[in-house]
Design a binder for this molecule. Structure first.
Ligand code: SF4
Length: 65
């Protein structure tokens, strides 16, 4: 099982993750990404993998949980 992790120390709050993959991420009131599905599977895992690719700062990783 995978776990979605966002490293806030390098996140730019640009929002690609929650705009492009809203099944897994959403914005909090300050523009930080919140992880909706911490352990994605199936289509949500594919969405999380896509977010890893599109994040401009490399802040999103999928770790073995
Ligand atoms: S795409 Fe990356 S840099 Fe942009 S808000 Fe999401 S985690 Fe942060």
């Amino acid at each position: 099982m995978k776990k979605v992790v966002v490293d806030r120390s390098i996140c730019l709050k640009a929002g690609q993750c929650y705009y492009l993959q809203p099944s897994v991420f959403r914005a909090d009131s300050q523009g930080w990404p919140e992880i909706i599905v911490e352990h994605p599977e199936g289509e949500e895992l594919e969405a999380a993998e896509d977010a890893v690719e599109i994040c401009p700062s490399g802040a999103i990783t999928l770790e073995d949980a």
